[in-house]
Design a protein around this ligand. Structure first.
Ligand SMILES: Cc1cc2nc3c(=O)[nH]c(=O)nc-3n(C[C@H](O)[C@H](O)[C@H](O)COP(=O)(O)O)c2cc1C
Length: 186
């Protein structure tokens, strides 16, 4: 049995939908339980994070960086950092923004550094890039061509219901990959 926690922030619901796909991908693996934890509720869930085998972090990209609400969670986690309480857990990350790039990579790099400060083991996306040949399309998994984590792009004038299946499938892939690796590590 392996436990996966997904800690995320979402101001307007898009990243929450991405987080749900990560959760569903992880929960689809037999022998794995997955738990969604919005950063607004994290104070009720520090014990769940301590018990998790893997933690997947996610936030929207705001001003080229992780959202402020997520950063508040990062700073709150400094007590755990001091005790290296998450050392050797798996970590992975996802982000969503309005532009195709929108400087999303910076947010994932921030998550890599955050997880590394906690002594965690970073799990990459593990998908080749999609949509980068004449035969590709926006329907391809990993259409935004990330290696570090799962990216999604949501038009600024549309709600979360308009998010692309390819981005949600990419998020689900990351959840499955983390879950399978967590089981192997056990
Ligand atoms: C304060 C703010 C800053 C933003 N900065 C960026 C940005 O740097 N790059 C980008 O592509 N989109 C940016 N956006 C758009 C959001 O990333 C996009 O609307 C995203 O889908 C929001 O996710 P959420 O619904 O989970 O909050 C910004 C939005 C807000 C509110």
């Amino acid at each position: 049995m392996a436990r996966i926690a997904i800690v995320y922030h979402s101001g307007y619901g898009h990243t929450a939908r991405q987080a749900t796909s990560v959760h569903d991908g992880a929960a689809s693996v037999p022998g794995v339980t997955a738990q969604l934890i919005p950063v607004s509720d994290v104070d009720r869930h520090w014990d769940d994070l301590a018990a998790a085998d893997a933690v997947v972090f996610g936030a929207p990209t705001y001003m080229g960086s992780l959202s402020a609400a997520f950063k508040e969670f990062m700073e709150k986690s400094s007590k755990v950092w001091a005790a290296q309480g998450w050392k050797d857990k798996l970590a992975a990350g996802f982000t969503n923004s309005a532009s195709q790039s929108g400087d999303k990579l910076n947010s994932l790099v921030e998550l890599v550094i955050f997880a590394s400060q906690h002594g965690m083991l970073w799990v990459s996306l593990g998908l080749l890039p999609g949509n980068n040949t004449s035969k590709g399309s926006d329907d391809d998994l990993n259409r935004l061509g990330s290696y570090t984590g799962a990216m999604a792009q949501s038009n600024a004038d549309q709600g979360a219901d308009a998010m692309r299946d390819s981005d949600l499938g990419t998020a689900a892939h990351l959840g499955r990959r983390v879950a399978e690796l967590a089981l192997r590590l056990r």
